[in-house]
Design a protein around this ligand. Structure first.
Ligand code: ATP
Length: 242
């Protein structure tokens, strides 16, 4: 049934509908997201760009279930996250969502291996040793498993954070300025790694960035302004036509 296969292949990893998020800033309402509709297809790499304050981090946080929207719906696969209780939301995040932060957010008291396997231990899942070996090899930290984060360079720490995000075999990885704290050489190595994870493993990545060079690694660039999508460009098709 080729139609079904094509349909499955193009299925949504994440879908947001009419997403709004209003903050109360000292009695003044601030609209961070103003009705966002977007579908992120499985196996694609999307960059979210836009000026400072346009709502990029808020979109990522609400789509990843780290923050609740004021209204609207978020689906991860077929699960509507916005309907879940706190406990169910935490469970879903721990089993289906990877997150990579600008400042790596590794735990200093744990070594590299312990950091990578922490989400698995938190979710109570049995570590898949083969997958963990593949992930650590893939991100190039196999020789640093017993070191502490402070003994690693920024680029190495971000590689560990990416391995940690992948350890649970997430449906989607959200990355908020993952190269923002790295020099350009190290940043391009990390971006190549993210690109290869999409190409070789069919992983879905949604990445916030200010940097057009970082965005050029993505298949698609969604641009926000004032909490709305003002541009949505598919770079792969553009390249194929060019
Ligand atoms: N906790 C909060 N309380 C009040 N206002 C907030 C809060 N978080 C974000 N905002 C406001 O919501 C809007 C969107 O913020 P957001 O951090 O999502 O933007 P951004 O595009 O990620 O910005 P940057 O590129 O500077 O990180 C801004 O006006 C911001 O001031």
């Amino acid at each position: 049934m080729p139609l079904l296969t094509a349909d499955r292949a193009a299925s949504a990893a994440v879908r947001v509908q009419e997403l709004t998020r209003t903050y109360d800033a000292g009695g003044q309402p601030v609209t961070a997201l103003d009705g966002i509709d977007a579908t992120f297809v499985r196996g694609t790499f999307t960059a979210v760009m836009g000026p400072s304050g346009s709502g990029k981090s808020t979109l990522l946080q609400t789509a990843a279930g780290l923050d609740r929207p004021t209204s609207g719906r978020v689906f991860v696969g077929d699960t509507e996250m916005t309907r879940l209780s706190e406990a169910a939301l935490t469970r879903l995040r721990r089993t289906k969502i990877g997150f990579v932060f600008q400042m790596f957010n590794l735990i200093g008291a744990l070594n590299v291996e312990e950091n990578i396997t922490l989400p698995l231990r938190l979710s109570g899942a049995r570590p898949d040793r083969r997958w963990l070996a593949e992930v650590t090899h893939r991100v190039g930290v196999t020789n640093q498993l017993h070191r502490r984060p402070a003994e690693l360079s920024g680029g190495q720490q971000q590689r560990v954070a990416i391995a940690r995000a992948l350890a649970i075999r997430p449906d989607v990885v959200f990355a908020d300025e993952p190269t923002g704290a790295l020099d350009s050489h190290t940043a391009s190595a990390v971006l190549e790694l993210l690109r290869s994870i999409v190409d070789d493993h069919g992983q879905t990545i949604i990445m916030v960035t200010h940097d057009p060079v970082a965005a050029s690694y993505a298949d698609r660039v969604v641009t926000l302004a004032d909490g709305r999508i003002v541009a949505d460009r598919n770079q792969r098709e553009a390249e194929a036509v060019a």
